[in-house]
Design a protein around this ligand. Structure first.
Ligand SMILES: Cc1ncc(COP(=O)(O)O)c(C=O)c1O
Length: 436
């Protein structure tokens, strides 16, 4: 790799990171060479050796306006002059909540946290309290964060239409997997029968309108079916919109598909690139959160609703709202431009690669399609996949190792052309090496 020679300072920093940190970055983010970042602007990041990369990671989807958009920089600077951690609430929290309530169909009330993980955790706790039932259902292939309940996922070796559950990683009590959760098959009406069968124990069904690693467009009928069966069974429905909120459309997956859940989680974009999560939903459910002196559902968090996050989020949503008629169609068009260029090349040369995309969410799989759910992503050509991400980085395009990547308003037509050329040349190199 040429990059190895271009990154001496990054290489020198690696031993220190290994000595001091249990984990440098989330384990799903992997780069073929050590790379430490110095700064970021628009669609570009610069490493400590002065190399510039076109960023398609975009803060794992948080940076829909790109790095350091002027509106957010101004809002953060002004807030720093006024203080950033005062505990006594400020107006910015109401402003961001107001923007969310106006945009997101199910949102009558909002509770802020510091991560999407907290948002899904509170959603599950609230639904258990509201319904008096224990189990929470999630779908195969979903991702809802890092708390114990969220790390119960589909066992890929179990029957597809009635999946078993397994906990990801060690340290999670078996009782969480066995008694508190249920895994449903994604985009499969068999899920509706399972909900009916478990209705007496089921508090909540959590679904991503579009899953991160299998972004598929035609989910509308499935989501509408889910809405109907949850209402029929007295089970709450929560959309996990940590990624899709303000990305699929200004009103998120709920607006995009015209289906309104009881609760929704938000994160990423609503913090303008600062740490955030939020739970929102029907007022009669959200009102179960304990007020001072009452015995409701406990919520807390030293930094929840902190003014830096609130002003960065409000500045982002205001910018999106003002330019939404232009921003969302443009992101959709640029996404299609990149996807179609790569897909057409793969088809012309019969490469077993599938590029999935909805709006500005994209994901590559190194196998032939069609891919209807996460199960269909296995087995994949891991050797070609690893080589591809190294080659594409060598061409100065950064795609995170989780393979989900995002476009932002900072990506120009030219940037998309550069990304498409880097993808295509890297796929050709894989083919020349006999990997594809
Ligand atoms: C759909 C979804 N839900 C929840 C989370 C967890 O959010 P966080 O990483 O902010 O805890 C993520 C993170 O990527 C996500 O994609």
């Amino acid at each position: 790799m040429r990059l190895r020679e271009r990154t001496p300072r990054s290489r020198a920093l690696r031993p220190r990171a290994e000595r001091l940190l249990a984990l440098e970055a989330v384990p799903t983010f992997s780069l073929p060479v050590p790379l430490y970042v110095e700064r970021a602007d628009g669609a570009w990041i610069t490493d400590v050796d002065g190399n510039r990369f076109l960023d398609l990671a975009m803060g794992f989807g948080a940076l829909i306006l790109g790095h350091r958009p002027p509106e957010v920089v101004d809002a953060l600077r002004a807030q720093i002059d006024r203080g950033w951690h005062m505990i006594v609430p400020g107006e910015a929290q109401y402003e961001l909540a107001q923007l969310i309530v106006e945009a997101v169909p199910c949102a009558e009330k909002v509770l802020f946290q510091n991560s999407g993980t907290e948002a899904t955790m509170y959603g599950m706790r609230l639904a258990r309290a509201y319904t008096g039932k224990l189990r929470v259902a999630v779908f195969g292939g979903a991702y809802h964060g890092t708390h114990d309940y969220a790390l119960v996922q589909e066992d890929p070796l179990s029957p597809a239409r009635e999946p078993g559950a397994k906990s990801i990683g060690r340290g999670i009590p078996d009782v969480v997997r066995d008694q508190a959760m249920l895994v449903l098959p994604y985009r499969d009406p068999a899920a509706f029968d399972l909900i009916r069968r478990h209705r007496d124990q089921l508090a909540l069904v959590v679904v991503q309108p579009v899953q991160n690693t299998t972004p598929i467009e035609d989910n509308g009928a499935f989501l509408a079916g889910l809405r109907a069966v949850c209402s029929e069974c007295g089970v709450l429905l929560m959309f996990d919109e940590v990624v899709s909120g303000f990305r699929l459309a200004y009103g998120g997956g709920q607006e995009y598909y015209g289906v309104t859940p009881d609760l929704a989680t938000l994160g990423k974009i609503i913090g303008g690139g600062t740490a955030v999560g939020a739970l929102c939903g029907r007022a009669d459910i959200m009102e179960l959160f304990a007020r001072p002196g009452s015995a409701g559902v406990f919520a807390g968090g030293t930094f929840s609703g902190n003014p830096l996050t609130m002003v960065a989020g409000a500045a982002t949503l205001r910018a999106l709202s003002a330019r939404r008629a232009e921003i969302y169609p443009r992101l959709e068009r640029l996404g299609a431009q990149l996807a179609e260029a790569v897909q057409a090349h793969c088809e012309r040369h019969d490469m077993a690669v599938t590029l999935m995309h909805v709006a500005s969410i994209q994901c590559l799989h190194f196998r032939k399609g069609p891919i209807g759910s996460f199960r269909d992503t296995h087995p994949a050509n891991r050797a070609a996949e690893a080589a591809f991400y190294a080659l594409v980085l060598d061409r100065d395009v950064l795609v995170p190792g989780v393979h989900v990547y995002f476009l932002s308003t900072a990506h120009s037509e030219r940037a998309i052309e550069l990304a498409a050329a880097a993808f295509i040349q890297s796929l050709d190199d894989c083919r020349a090496d006999g990997l594809l």
